[in-house]
Write a protein that binds this ligand. Sequence first.
Ligand code: NAD
Ligand code: ZN
Length: 422
Amino acid sequence: MPSRTTSPATAATRAATARRATRRPAGRSSAKASSTRTMQAVRFRRPKSVTVADVPQPELQESSDVILKVTSTAICGSDLHIYNGLLPQLRPMTIGHEFMGEVVEAGSRVRNLRVGDRVVVPFPISCGSCFYCGIGEVTSCSESNPNWGPEGGLLKEKAAALFGYTDLYGGYDGGQAEYVRVPYADFGPRIVRDDMRDDEVLFLTDIFPTGYIATDWAKVGPDDTVAIFGAGPVGIMAAKSANLKGAREVILVDPLAYRLDIAERAADVTTVDSTRGEAVERIRELTQGRGADVVIDAVGMEADRNVLEKASAVAHGQRGTMKVLRDCFSAARRGGRVSIVGVYGTPYDNFPLHQFFDKGLKMYAGQVQVQSHIDHLQTLVERGEVRLDDIITHQMPLEDAPKAYKMFSQKKDDCLKVVLRP
Ligand code: NAD
Ligand code: ZN
């Protein structure tokens, strides 16, 4: 009979917890950098309020850090969850997790990068050596976030740290700034080819891997019809990815006609304007009444809602809504696969578990493990097999960030994707 010893996994978890407890919160301390030099950065102050302010430039804190001079940074639908107050952030912080730039300083232990290298940076902050990084689940890295834990609770025990993404996710300053500190620099950043413009590679940091992973989790292949809810940047990247995987048909649903128009030019899609009728019915019509083999939720909790739906969410203590996930379950064929990359931040009542069970659906969800996929995706971009910059609608200086956030959030001026230049 085997003796009762502590399993290695349990011991490792305890050791990691002890290390985190004795360590200063890596992210927060960067805001206190004692540099006398200042820089411009996009600061989240409170819901609906971002400013561009002078803050201290970041400094190396660990020998595995680099400092980047940011050359391009984009605003993501995920930034809107902070901007709109759906993810809580109490103290002001520098936001932004889609960025690239040039290495201007490297810690003494950094081996893979040199000053002068031009890099794109995956949005998860992951150590590269813990249990989770070892199995490719880099967004569960147990080392980077002082608020990490196995539970995945509402306000505690979250996943890996993310750049510029609230104290819940480590409190690290983000890249919508002139400079940014990049921890674990041998594991995250990837050097980009000199002949490629920033716009051609910037979306390797987040939205292309996100769209791609949604199709990869669901094992999209040539026999599949893929329905995607949301023709935002993530939905369109998912459509491009389904095209790359040779899907038979890609159906893209959104209530905004201008976004569907951009999507039609950027990918091979059949579009469904959800203001013109029941999207689920239309998807069934297009699939012999069965529903799609694969359905992707690229909307998340901030789906469009009427006043009644908003009141109901307040009554149930929920942030946003899971109405798109409901539509995904309905739009999937029996036995179909549902990938959720749209973000959900709270529990939701009346989760249709009966339908999930009766239809025998399979479901995948989470933040994308960028570091585990970026090399393959970078090769696709370098070979010209996919183009990423054709969704950019606005290029603006960093100082216009407040205007840009408002426009992107309100979907004004046919805005789909904003790139800011510090
Ligand atoms: P976005 O806000 O630009 O796009 C969302 C789109 O959904 C909009 O075009 C909107 O019109 C559409 N929409 C709203 N209600 C809808 C409905 N009922 N049916 C169909 N479409 C509807 O945001 P984005 O940048 O494309 O991001 C989309 C989601 O992906 C966000 O929740 C974001 O946080 C998430 N995201 C997740 C990851 C990840 O790693 N999982 C990474 C990046 C972004
Ligand atoms: Zn993002």
